[in-house]
Unconditional design. Sequence first.
Length: 234
Amino acid sequence: MWKEIISIFKKDNLYQQAFEEACEMLDTDGRMYTASIESLRQHDSAEIDLDIYALDKEINRSERDVRKKVMKHLMLSGDTQLNSGLALVSVVIDIERIGDYTKNIYDLARSHPKRLKAGSLEAKLQEIEAHITEVFTHAIEAFKEGDEELARQVMEEYKEEISIDCDDMASDVISGKVSDLESPEAAAVVLYVRFLKRIGSHSRNIATSIVNPFHRIGYQEKKQPDSDTEIKQS
């Protein structure tokens, strides 16, 4: 589906500009993500080379610009390409939210300027970080290339390897099962895994847009008739 949409984008100047801007937004997200995590987890200072807040504003501006371009195109072309336009608008919302959560991670690094260590949870947290990074990186690649198989891989990786692990870690800390973390570290770990989970969730949403029609973005790929009790994954 997404390759067909990309081919539509490339035939129209406004759509092409909107698609390229969405790709640039994702690249900016990636830079913010890497810098924010390094600040929180690798350094004893929150100082980084990027201006996270300026980049976040840039992403917000780009989201509005993409919406404007899509709307203008649809006004000129009618409803024949409505599905592709709505899909792109949906994707940039997820891209913008990823930017917000990377900014949240940087805010956390500023509030907890020492390098965040997770005690007995450190190995598991590193594993979650690696999985989130892989899912996010693959989602960017799949979006740019229209790679449906890679998109499906992202969807499965998030469902089976990330969401439950994040929830379990947060629950263990909150319930007192983890006893080797001081209150500041415990609070920071819970917030951090929540932010990581949401980045993974929005990355997954981007992946679903590559294999699903607009009305199923954010849901599993349809393999059976719709059920009235279907629940959106988060």
